[in-house]
Every structure is written in structure tokens, then in C-alpha cells.
Design a binder for this molecule. Structure first.
Ligand code: 6GU
Length: 224
């Protein structure tokens, strides 16, 4: 999978890709990530990329031309399956979206800033808009890193069996059940007996019950 990230703040987003799971995916050749600094496509000596919004109001808006130049250059080199815009005014990211995106060959992720991008960017280029939750971040860079982490770990071969993505919270729309490791007793707090029983059908049954109970308590909306 190839991911092209268009951003105003490349330094803010690079470090998650230089560490841990995403670095492993890149080193294994399973993911390829390229960063494009929007500023390099800006106008004039100052490399201008934003301007005041028509109609007045505080906050700058990213202009269409620099973004168009960058996207069209990428599109002249290969075909993209999705052009994603990270923005708080969009549907929230969930596991189903991450699963779908992990099967794509080439994607572009555009991260917004300031008041966002000119609406015509969204109308002309964007095929999918994603928010990562109901709160506002300064820019879409951290959100893009979150999206990439959620997607890249699902690419076959990225995770080992020991951390299979199949048993994740949300993979079946339920939260994960509680987990325990040694010691079996700590300051009088005991690990549930069933987990020490070796009775695997019973253990699975217990885990399902606990997952359902937790989901009902904490995230009943997932059960709707
Ligand atoms: Cl994708 N961008 C920004 N700026 N804030 C957010 C977000 C995205 N998702 C949640 N908050």
C-alpha cells in the first residue's frame, strides 16, 4: 500500500512513521509513505497557500490552486483509490472504515489547517472525508497519523500472530474483555478462576460475556 500525505506540517506527522509498527510495515515493504509539503506548491516568494475567507470572519482558508497542483502531480504518476480529507466536520473513523482502507493500493491523505480548505477542493478531488472524533485538533496531521496507524496494522503481514488484529476491540463491534497475566494473585486480588481452568470453550464463553457486559456499560451505542 502506498500512502501520500499532503500537509502543511510535515515535521509534526513524521515521527509515528519512524517508530514501532508503522516503521516495521515500511521496513518490510508492506507500506510506503510519502510526505508532500503543501508550502512547496504555494504562490510567489512567500509560497502563499492560504487566504482570508470570502464573506469575512476569522481564520485563513487553504487555497485550491496549491492543493490542486500537488494532487494533479500525484495523479499524473499513478491512479489513486481514495483521496481522503481529514476534517472534524465529517463522519467519525471506525474499524469498518479502517478495514476497507487497508485493502487499497494507493491513497492520498490531505490534512487541513486553519479554517480548513476551500470547499471546491472537497467538491473536485476528495472521495472520502474522515474525522477521528468529536473534538477539535489544531490541524489534521495527528488525525492522519491516527488513521494511518489504524489502517497499516491491518495490512496482512504487518502484525505477527501474537498480536492478531482479528481479536481487537471493535473488530466485532464489541469492546475487549479484561485480560490478566502473572501473578495469579496480587494483594488479595485474584485472576478469575475460569482463566486458570484450561477449559478453553468455557474461557471463550467467559470472554464473550465480559465483552458484551463491558460494551453494554461503557458503549451501549455499539450494540444498536
Ligand atoms: Cl480529522 N482534524 C481536526 N483538525 N480536528 C479533528 C479531526 C480532524 N478529527 C477530530 N478532530
Amino acid at each position: 500500500m502506498r500512502i501520500d500525505i499532503i500537509t502543511v506540517e510535515p515535521d509534526l506527522i513524521k515521527s509515528p512513521f519512524e517508530n514501532s509498527m508503522m516503521k516495521r510495515a515500511i521496513d518490510k515493504g508492506l507500506a510506503e509513505v510519502h510526505f508532500h509539503n503543501l508550502r512547496e506548491y504555494g504562490f510567489g516568494n512567500y509560497r502563499q497557500i492560504d487566504d482570508y475567507q470570502f464573506g469575512g470572519g476569522a481564520g485563513m482558508v487553504l487555497m485550491i490552486e496549491p492543493i490542486a497542483k500537488c494532487i494533479e502531480k500525484l495523479q499524473s504518476e499513478r491512479t489513486y483509490d481514495e483521496i481522503i480529507y481529514m476534517t472534524p466536520d465529517a463522519k467519525t473513523l471506525n474499524q469498518a472504515t479502517a478495514n476497507t482502507l487497508s485493502l487499497k493500493e494507493n491513497i492520498i491523505i490531505l490534512t487541513g489547517h486553519y479554517k480548513g480548505v476551500d470547499q471546491r477542493v472537497r467538491d473536485k478531488f476528495i472521495t472520502k472525508e474522515i474525522s477521528i472524533g468529536d473534538y477539535v485538533l489544531t490541524g489534521g496531521e495527528l488525525a492522519a497519523a491516527v488513521l494511518c496507524d489504524a489502517v497499516v496494522r491491518l495490512i496482512p503481514g504487518v502484525l505477527g500472530d501474537e498480536t492478531s488484529a482479528l481479536t481487537d476491540s471493535f473488530q466485532d463491534n464489541l469492546l475487549s474483555p479484561p485480560v490478566y497475566t502473572r501473578p495469579s494473585e496480587y494483594e488479595g486480588m485474584k485472576v478469575p478462576e475460569v482463566l486458570l481452568s484450561g477449559n478453553f470453550p468455557k474461557i471463550e464463553e467467559w470472554r464473550s460475556e465480559q465483552a458484551y457486559k463491558r460494551t453494554k456499560e461503557i458503549r451501549p451505542d455499539l450494540l444498536d
